[in-house]
Design a protein. Structure first.
Lengths: 306, 266
């Protein structure tokens, strides 16, 4: 277990470095810079700003400086939100994005696993077919359609939930989380259903039935655990999908999370901000994949030394 | 021909009919998608010659829907073909050579799978300008991974089949074996996954357009229409519901059809 974690973290560092460097040089290939606003600045001011932020140094040197500062936990200053450092902006955005993503994945697991379980128990019957059809529809629901549609229905027409912003309490989270969770829950329902269908045909289940164990115990204790292996391996890609979806949801519902900073930063050529967000996203996804692998090993002991 | 028609399942018919409408409507409608009717701004549905009304600056909704569907599907098909070519080339090479090369190539695919690729695409769009060509190259490059995995699996299984071994024993050059014996046999599965890639690509393209990073004005796409509709939904909900609904119908139909084909071929 510890060996797996150590090995994964060892490969995570070069992966992260590669992502950071790739994004760093991609951003710099772009025409336009962070200081060409609406009013063109006088050339002396431009030059002074370039020097102040170290943008006049050779690119490789800038990359080296960036990475060595990053290693000390310093994301650098934001070039557009000039009174803030990237760390401060990220510290504001990260909790919102993590809450959104965390709640969405929890909700998706809850809906997905119970729907898949129910469908598998009713295999071949009308309920099974309906649930699987709904799951297919759910996987095809893009967040940028469901988000505004939910806001229209529950926010504007019924007036039940706030349309944007991060008001008091939990009500502002409801629609963004539901919009994010829907497609993931559909995929999880399908995987659970397919996994259970295979597992329930296996010998150990027949043995359990022959021994006269109650059906619920067979299902939850012996069936569900191995059936969730495909779900666990889907969690990695799901996390990447959720982060992408969060960009839309944060834009639609006006939430100041990481995704909004990423889009704003990219449009304004705020190099350190974009790099900071990409680095964090990549780190989150790598961590989540590791986490998924650990769950994988817990669900299926045969995978532990893989 | 008749046999071919019988094989087409209803979701595909829905998509084909929508494509037909998207191609024909612009020819017969009295308005073009970017033409402004100054007399009728935010006109309700069924007013005069505007069947679905007009948007916030007086452009005919139906004409815009048709134009948007055309662009969205065109980008989707082109990008899916990019992913097909890259995926087959990568997967077939890995599967055919096998061993260390295969392991390295598939590890690379695994690594890419875990990346926040959407963000790299967003960076690409911001950096190299927002041309439609780049949109589908960018999307195609993201979506080839699943295709590569599937094709590799198929090729590895095929490699052990007697007819391939026989061809090899007969001294057929590998190029000929791959082109004449391997590729025709993976065509079915590749087609099924191509069908599943199209809705993925539609989703990505609309996502980019929604953020203002995809197709640019005056061109329009379903993603742009959803965005415009969402911005104006308190005044005219129809502006959001029509393109949103259309997009969901296309995505659902393509997904159902793709999954059906995948189940048939695997």
């Amino acid at each position: 277990m510890l060996a797996l974690v150590a090995r994964r973290l060892m490969t995570a560092i070069p992966t992260l470095l590669a992502i950071i460097l790739a994004s760093f040089f991609l951003m710099r290939l772009a025409p336009g810079g962070p200081f060409d606003g609406e009013r063109p600045l006088p050339p002396e001011t431009q030059a002074a700003l370039q020097t102040a932020y170290g943008l006049d140094k050779p690119l490789w040197e800038q990359a080296w400086i960036y990475i060595s500062r990053l290693a000390q936990g310093d994301f650098g200053p934001s070039l557009v939100y000039r009174d803030f450092t990237v760390s401060e902006l990220v510290a504001q955005g990260l909790p919102i994005s993590l809450t959104l993503g965390g709640l969405a994945i929890a909700l998706a697991l809850l809906i997905g696993v119970s729907a898949g379980l129910f469908a598998a128990v009713r295999a071949g019957k009308a309920a099974d077919k309906t649930i699987m059809m709904l799951a297919t529809v759910a996987t095809a629901l893009p967040t940028f359609v469901t988000g505004p549609a939910l806001a229209l229905l529950f926010g504007l027409w019924l007036g039940l939930l706030p349309v944007s912003g991060t008001g008091e309490g939990w009500s502002w989270l409801t629609m963004p989380v539901v919009a994010l969770a829907l497609p993931v829950s559909g995929a999880i329902a399908k995987l659970t259903r397919a996994g259970l269908a295979t597992v329930l045909k296996q010998d150990h289940i027949r043995t359990a039935r022959a021994r006269g164990l109650p059906e619920t115990k067979i299902l939850f204790k012996h069936g569900l655990r191995p059936a969730l292996v495909p779900v666990a391996s889907y969690l990695g890609p799901a996390a990447a999908g959720l982060l992408t979806g969060a960009v839309v949801v944060e834009t639609v519902f006006g939430l100041p999370g990481l995704g909004r900073y990423f889009v704003q930063g990219a449009l304004n050529r705020d190099y350190p901000l974009v790099l900071g967000v990409v680095t964090l996203y990549a780190a989150l996804i790598i961590l989540f994949n590791l986490f998924a692998d650990l769950i994988y090993g817990w669900l299926d002991p045969r995978m532990r030394d893989g | 021909m008749r046999q071919l028609l019988n094989r087409v399942h209803w979701p595909l018919w829905v998509v084909l009919i929508l494509i037909g409408l998207a191609l024909i409507l612009p020819l017969v409608l009295p308005w073009t998608f970017d033409q402004i009717d100054w007399e009728a701004v935010r006109a309700p549905a069924f007013s005069g010659s505007h069947i679905f009304g007009t948007d916030e600056i007086g452009r005919d909704r139906l004409a815009r829907l048709a134009a948007g569907t055309q662009v969205t599907l065109m980008v989707a098909i082109a990008a899916a073909l990019v992913s097909l070519v890259v995926g087959i080339a990568w997967g077939a090479t890995a599967g055919w050579i096998g061993g260390k090369v295969d392991e390295a190539m598939m590890r690379f695919v695994d690594a890419l799978y875990a990346l926040p690729f959407m963000f790299i695409v967003i960076l690409l769009m911001v950096i190299f300008g927002r041309s439609i060509l780049l949109v589908f190259i960018g999307i195609g490059l993201v979506e080839w991974l699943t295709m590569a995995r599937v094709v590799r699996g198929q090729v590895m299984a095929l490699k052990q089949r007697p007819f391939i071994l026989a061809a090899e024993a007969a001294g057929t050059p590998p190029r000929t074996i791959i082109l004449k014996h391997v590729l025709p046999n993976i065509a079915g599965v590749a087609l099924a996954y191509l069908m599943l890639t199209v809705p993925q690509v539609v989703m990505v393209e609309s996502f980019l357009s929604f953020l203002g990073l995809g197709v640019q004005e005056p061109l329009t796409s379903l993603g742009i229409l959803v965005k415009e509709g969402a911005d104006d939904m308190d005044m005219t909900p129809l502006g959001l519901l029509l393109p949103g609904g259309l997009l969901v119908i296309i995505l659902v139909c393509l997904t159902i059809e793709g999954e059906r084909l995948r189940d048939i071929f695997s």
